[in-house]
Design a protein around this ligand. Sequence first.
Ligand SMILES: Nc1nc2c([nH]c(=O)n2[C@H]2C[C@H](O)[C@@H](COP(=O)(O)OP(=O)(O)OP(=O)(O)O)O2)c(=O)[nH]1
Length: 128
Amino acid sequence: MKTILVTCAIILKNEKVFAFQRSEKMKLPLKWEFAGGKIEPNESEIDCIKREIKEELNIEIHVTQRLTPVTHEYPDFKIKLIPFIAKYNSGSLILKEHANYVLAKKEELLDLDWAEADIPILKEFLSL
Ligand SMILES: Nc1nc2c([nH]c(=O)n2[C@H]2C[C@H](O)[C@@H](COP(=O)(O)OP(=O)(O)OP(=O)(O)O)O2)c(=O)[nH]1
């Protein structure tokens, strides 16, 4: 099965963390995730995450750290999810694709129903 390369960002604002709920119409409907998306041909990981965040959320971020990528096989596709920690920089948040979002305390994040591939990423983040 072909592996899709996807970046995602753990975006921090004043010690809190943004999480986003996928819409009913997307794959993995209503699961929670860190916003991001597929890397385009000839695009760097960092360019990808900045572009996706601008497109999906209308905000600019400052990337500070790359965490450990996670390869995960869902029943019908396989992804390599490349996580970054980032700080909210500017812009007002507009949800262009997601159903909902929270700006949560770190310890509240585990209560959400996450996409499976995000679980190891969340655990690494919480252990930092
Ligand atoms: N953006 C993002 N995608 C994630 C995460 N966790 C996870 O399993 N995924 C999956 C869901 C999607 O199938 C794929 C990301 O692609 P995308 O966000 O550009 O995809 P999409 O919903 O437009 O999907 P598609 O219908 O075009 O395939 O990776 C995550 O934290 N962030």
